[in-house]
Design a protein around this ligand. Structure first.
Ligand SMILES: Nc1nc2c(c(=O)[nH]1)N[C@H]1C(S)=C(S)[C@@H](COP(=O)(O)O)O[C@H]1N2
Ligand SMILES: [Mo]
Length: 243
């Protein structure tokens, strides 16, 4: 992969997943068609979208890593962009914050930041690609989500998990992506505790997906077999959102 791409570029245009998807391009393109009557457009779009999710889940390679960059290619801290649908500074009680875990897990409950930090920290320089067409390479640090989920006995056969956030944002994931080795419960950036604007105290970082899947201010994770939605996904944005 070319690691010298311009920061204004979005997802890598030639990733193998994307190439495989091209086979299905005529169907996926339906999503861009202007068809009538409206009811049919809606239901057609919905079925094209779930077909699209199904294809992306099929081609997703659980062990294939997103590019990690040398420190020289990090986005300077001053360029660590903030983006959110509503507020950049939600009212989070950092002192008493806990992560609630519910659903298909052996040990549901609330977990403190200290409990999440008990795992071996993974630090990685990976690209965050916003669907709006910009990207950046911050230095992230946190607990691999899969270590935590394994430890609390999340059902390894569960299909999905949803997350809720301190700003009322929500999103959801296919389990294989959440268990991907580079998916983090991130509590650090550039070697320091995550700033409030970037999701303090804990956010998801998921370099294998578009930026709107990297949920900030995570407050709850629910493991489930019923496909959940998301703030952007419910408005028609790609649910799988793989890169
Ligand atoms: N809770 C929450 N998480 C969120 C969002 C949001 O609005 N609320 N926006 C998403 C989008 S679209 C992007 S690009 C990234 C931005 O993360 P950053 O502010 O650290 O750059 O957060 C994602 N996670
Ligand atoms: Mo984004």
């Amino acid at each position: 992969m070319n690691t010298n791409r311009d920061d204004s570029l979005g997802p890598t245009p030639d990733s193998p997943g994307r190439r495989k998807l091209l086979r299905y391009a005529p169907l996926l393109l339906l999503a861009g068609c202007d068809m009538t009557p409206e009811g049919r457009v809606e239901s057609t779009l919905r079925s094209v979208q779930s077909f699209n999710d199904w294809v992306q889940a099929k081609v997703f390679d659980r062990e294939k890593l997103a590019a990690e960059y040398p420190d020289e290619e990090l986005t300077p801290e001053g360029g660590f962009r903030v983006n959110g649908y509503d507020t950049d500074r939600p009212d989070i009680d950092l002192e008493h914050w806990t992560l609630t875990v519910e659903g298909l897990v052996a040990k549901p409950g609330t977990y403190t930041l200290r409990a999440l930090q008990a795992y071996t920290k993974k630090v990685m320089n990976t690209r965050h690609c916003c669907v709006e067409g910009w990207s950046m390479v911050p230095k992230w640090g946190g607990t691999p989500t899969r270590e935590f989920l394994r430890d609390i006995g999340a059902d390894p056969n569960a299909k999905y998990a949803s997350v809720e956030c301190g700003d009322d944002y929500y999103t959801s994931y296919d389990m294989p992506s959440l268990l991907h080795p580079q998916t983090l419960l991130c509590y650090e950036a550039y070697g320091k505790p995550l700033e409030l604007e970037h999701g303090a105290p804990v956010r998801i970082v998921m370099p294998v997906k578009l930026g709107y899947k990297s949920a900030k201010w995570v407050s709850k994770i629910v493991v489930t077999n019923d496909k959940p939605g998301g703030y952007w996904e419910d408005q028609g944005y790609d649910w799988f959102a793989g890169l």
